[in-house]
Design a binder for this molecule. Structure first.
Ligand SMILES: Nc1ncnc2c1ncn2[C@@H]1O[C@H](COP(=O)(O)OP(=O)(O)OP(=O)(O)O)[C@@H](O)[C@H]1O
Ligand SMILES: [Mg+2]
Length: 341
């Protein structure tokens, strides 16, 4: 194979956009990745970059970069075109000074991950700071001579204990999430009688529901085959969903768990008659730390990690998870699992 053929194949298969422009801004070459992703159905080669500004939005952004370009050497710059981010690298072609190669790399995903990381650190710090400030405040008050009043002492210690519990729950949930994400502990894939598992978890919540004046029931629709799953993880899923359903349902309400086999999948619904979720919050509900009402959830001891854990586990088992909800009527959280064969 000759060198030209090899180079051609490389540019053809490259998962980055490549453009070559002459000194007047005419496009001499556009690689298949560029044409496929950024300018489908447009005659790019031979067109001037200014002529394409309207039909190919990304070219408009690149044209701006080229106008501001100062040197004839290599330059790297980040641009955004609507909701996507790109890194544009321009390289002067050595032999003909005025010809230019432009590499276009979509860095939207990197940007997103970067933002999530920043957010995450800010969130964790914030979530730890609040209980810590409380613990410190109450401990200081006690040290400052608050030890005499036995009732006060007991009350303050109870508050300190509550905040310490919150912090250890937060750290535990973070560890679960990080283990799920790192795939350190692989998911078991063993056949499980899912109805039996769910029934036993639901049983464990009966007393809690009763104390809150909520009726909790479980039902099986038809025959349900075993699923392929991880027992401990599936228990976590159910605990988180039931905990939410009971937590966000006022007294006198109902929580129903329905298990069924449908369209080749096992489906579980956890249906409540609770406060529901406003439509604008629905798309973010499975994000880490996302809570509709931060103050209220925190008051109830929540950190907003429960549903993130649920999503991770279900997706890790090749299932789907979603929610339907009507504010002040109730919510139904559903997930599917693959049957064991
Ligand atoms: N069944 C439900 N009804 C109404 N809102 C819900 C329900 N389940 C979850 N939510 C909303 O979604 C948010 C995120 O739920 P998630 O379980 O992740 O966090 P949390 O319950 O606040 O805290 P944690 O689960 O960490 O104790 C909740 O704060 C609440 O606003
Ligand atoms: Mg929860």
């Amino acid at each position: 194979m000759d060198e030209i053929a090899i180079l051609k194949a490389i540019v053809r298969e490259m998962q980055k956009g490549v453009l070559v422009l002459d000194k007047d801004g005419t496009i001499l070459y556009a690689n298949p990745f560029f044409m496929r992703n950024y300018a489908p159905h447009v005659e790019v080669r031979g067109s001037s970059i200014d002529g394409l500004v309207d039909s190919v939005p990304l070219v408009g952004a690149i044209a701006e970069v080229l106008k501001k370009r100062k040197t004839t050497g290599t330059e790297s710059i980040e641009i955004n075109d609507r909701d996507r981010f790109f890194k544009i690298r321009t390289v002067g072609l050595q032999d003909t000074e005025s010809n230019l190669i432009v590499f276009i790399e979509d860095i939207t995903e990197e940007k997103r991950v970067e933002a999530i990381k920043k957010d995450f650190v800010a969130n964790v710090s914030h979530e730890l700071r609040t209980p810590l400030a409380s613990i410190k405040g109450y401990a200081e008050t006690l040290l400052d001579g608050g030890l005499e009043d036995r009732d006060k002492l007991k009350e303050f210690l109870r508050i300190i204990d509550k905040h310490a519990t919150r912090m250890s729950r937060l750290i535990e949930d973070l560890l679960i999430l990080s283990r799920l994400e790192s795939h350190d502990v692989p998911m078991e894939q063993e056949p499980i009688d899912i109805y039996k598992l769910i029934a036993s978890i639901t049983e464990g919540f009966k007393k809690h529901a009763q104390d809150k004046g909520i009726t909790l029931s479980i039902k099986k629709n038809g025959r349900v085959p075993d699923v392929l799953g991880d027992r401990v993880r599936l228990e976590q899923v159910m605990v988180n969903l039931l905990d939410n359903a009971i937590k966000y349902t006022p007294q006198g309400g109902k929580v129903d768990v329905i298990v069924r086999y449908q369209d080749g999948e096992v489906r579980v619904d956890v249906k409540d008659t609770g406060i529901g979720i406003p439509p604008e919050d629905m798309p973010r509900i499975f994000e880490r730390f996302y809570r509709v009402d931060k103050a209220r959830s925190r008051e109830l001891g929540g950190t907003g990690l429960g549903l993130a854990i649920v999503k991770h586990i279900v997706q890790g088992l090749n299932g789907k998870v979603w929610v339907e909800s009507v504010p002040s009527k109730g919510s139904t959280f559903s997930f599917t699992l693959k049957p064991a064969r």
